[in-house]
Design a protein around this ligand. Structure first.
Ligand code: CUA
Length: 179
């Protein structure tokens, strides 16, 4: 038999398994089981689970709350689209929405203060990817996702949409300030 020609006996499943092959199958199976157990364990002890606090919402409802926050706490505007930069008080509810193709508003948070961050998408699916903290959240229209955050490092974070959302997807970026 050669590797080029087809095997003479085509019923491969009737061949006895070679010791080496059997060993590799056993190792692979064992590794699968270890990874599966780790996956479950990480879910319990890994402290990396996403908040499950989610509510049904409509663009109008969310916009009303976001607009109220923006009206009250805007400190300046940035970018050529004149996106408001909002510095809400520590401990408050803050709102951030994603839409074709920007994030609104830009948030300016205080270090070591806790906020309830409300997120939504107004039109289609968008992504909330906060870098370099590497936090990834999918923003789904019709749902308000609440994440309790306590920024522990000051700086300017990049905010990127990581769900493909059409022709302007690649320029759907923003920032988040922590002072
Ligand atoms: Cu929004 Cu991609």
């Amino acid at each position: 038999m050669s590797a080029i020609l087809p095997p003479a006996d085509r019923l491969w499943y009737k061949h006895p398994i070679d010791r080496v092959e059997g060993t590799w199958i056993a190792i692979a199976l064992l590794w699968c089981i270890i990874l599966f157990v780790m996956m479950t364990g990480w879910h319990i002890w890994g402290k990396q689970n996403l908040s499950t606090e989610t509510y049904r919402s409509t663009p109008a409802q969310f916009m009303e709350k976001a607009q109220a926050m923006v009206d009250k706490y805007t400190v300046r505007t940035e970018t050529e689209e004149k996106i408001p930069v909002v510095a809400p008080p520590a401990g408050s509810d803050v709102y951030l929405l994603a839409r074709l193709w920007n994030f609104w508003p830009i948030l300016e948070l205080e270090k070591d203060k806790t906020y309830r961050l409300h997120l939504t998408a107004l039109d289609y699916n968008h992504g909330f990817s906060l870098q370099p903290a590497n936090i990834n959240i999918q923003l789904v229209p019709g749902f308000e996702h609440v994440v309790t955050v306590t920024p522990n490092e000051s700086g300017t974070y990049s905010l990127v949409c990581n769900e493909y959302c059409g022709i302007g997807h690649h320029r759907m970026v923003s920032r988040l300030y922590v002072k």
